[in-house]
Design a protein around this ligand. Sequence first.
Ligand code: OXD
Ligand code: MN
Length: 586
Amino acid sequence: MSTPLEQWVESAARMTRPAHIQWCDGSEEEDARIKEQMIREGSTFPLNEKTYPNSFLHRSDPSDVARTEKVTFICSQDPGEAGPTNNWLAPAEAKKTVGALFEGSMKGRTMYVVPYILGPASSPQSRVGVEITDSAYVVASMKIMSRMGKVALDRLGSSSDFVPGLHSLGDLSPDRRYVVHFPEENLIWSIGSGYGGNALLGKKCFALRIASSMARKQGWMAEHMLILGMEAPDGKVTYMAAAFPSACGKTNLSMMVSALKNEGYRVWTVGDDIAWMQVGADGYLHAINPEAGFFGVAPGTNDKTNPNVMAALRKNTLFTNTAMTPQREPWWEGMSSNVPTDMLDWQGRAWNPSNGPAAQANSRYTVPAVQAPSISPRWDDPAGVPISAFIFGGRRARLAPLVYEAMNWQHGVYVAATMASETTAAITGAVGVTRRDPMAMLPFCGYNMADYFGHWFEMGRNIPHPPKIFHVNWFRKGADGKFLWPGYGENARVLKWMLERIQGKGAATETPIGAVPAPNAITLDGLDVSRETMSELLRVDPSDWIKEHADVGNFFERFGDRLPEGISEQHKGLGARLQRTTVGPK
Ligand code: OXD
Ligand code: MN
């Protein structure tokens, strides 16, 4: 009798008709053979064996360099389940349209069966997935990003408790590219892209979209959050999880070298992108990192912005779409101030600045998490780490103060649901456009976001010791248009205040939006930021917030009647507090 997994593999093979089927065991020998296969295919190149041992550069198709949200669908029976912020297709229609593209798509190719565990191998919070793919690059990436191979098959046994994900490169045509999710079956189909977020089905597709839908039904949380541990001088480590939209420095924060290191405050990395959390026996929310590697954006990464990842990626790393120097080393804009000569750009052409940047703007490194010098001793703990704070944030040039604390869980949910970021020139050209991105989950929530807010409220009722909720903004600018806060390692000063708040210390001043640090509450020793600048950083301008409040109201209208009462109550509450501040006491 064949197992559910074998049956699914057989049915996928009948549809895609590969020349060979290879079951991946996750061994080093297999990894070496996969790399040889990638090199034979012509788009992958070994890097300098002395300076970047066992590391490779992969060049993707130039039309396939980022996640494609417009072809990403949630396929629930009822469109209302997908909600106004997701693309929706009826499941039968998706099966028909996308199924036709899978017909014979692996002819002449190898089908790899990639079993993997998301989360520590023995954790009850972990889940098994199996990806079927015809891309050797995907196999090599999944080996870094998850616990892949025999370990997953051993955990699965003959059970049907796995999330199947079928992936094929297809013909890589953007017109025939689909990333479709069936949350009612916990199934993922992806065709026509070899890019990470579309093709590594364990990441955004399973660990966020499918997992968020499972988590709602099962009473846990799957969030787009980094997880870090903040160590205090007494050696005690307090864990925090943080969500930011893209381009706000999430990976950098998770691996930060603290500016307060000499005083005994340091940061340990548990995860840089995704957190799965459930209530533990101790009444705290416990977080695991479902991933085993970092798939980070390369441009802008350097010894100042993220020294830990720079150290991590000197071996066993798969680079995608970076430039390559004549010494066969990877290079990207912002890596070093001296620009190497005679490079090959990300498409393998002799680099000519008139062709644009040497490295693609979304070029990446894929590196095992254990290689980060900052990796937490508890990153692989099957019990997860207890979370004492959630941090939300965005890029706001004038509105949001450096940091504020929500009044309670319900208010914190509202703060997170109203999160937004202003676009930068680097992203769109239209500078300063505010994009709402609740909990940084807009592209990753596998169901109706109004119900997702409801799930957050529900979780709040079930967590005896809920995390405190903070909002940060590292990007506030002064009248001269310059950033007021230095960011990076100096952000440890803000984390230290949070730590003090968690301990019931740390002075704060109430404002209509929440509590900001009292004037001297953030340690500024050794930092060239004056007390005046700090008061500007912490200023809450009610007239700006009244405009924001109206904008938030428009955003919530999209959800109609499905919006939870709790959100409307918080929205009214903020409006009333702002009015009181502007009008003043009678
Ligand atoms: C990512 C993303 O790649 O959020 O992590 O897009
Ligand atoms: Mn992400």
